[in-house]
Design a protein around this ligand. Structure first.
Ligand SMILES: [Zn+2]
Length: 59
């Protein structure tokens, strides 16, 4: 039998600041969940909320 090669795309996490509405993208980290507030904004003191997780492997 032939081994099928699996191509995994790198998942990304999209975040949006609740104060200044800036958006950013970073590599997905374990535990990331949509609508989770994970970190502080780098531009202001607002909180960044995960809006989307994208790039999971497709079949
Ligand atoms: Zn901000």
């Amino acid at each position: 039998m032939k081994k099928s090669e699996r191509i995994l795309s790198t998942p990304y996490t999209f975040l949006k600041c609740q104060s200044c509405k800036i958006t950013m993208k970073r590599k997905f980290e374990d535990g990331d969940i949509v609508f989770l507030v994970t970190q502080s904004c780098s531009d202001c003191d607002g909180k960044m909320m995960i809006t989307k997780i994208f790039g999971e492997s497709m079949d």
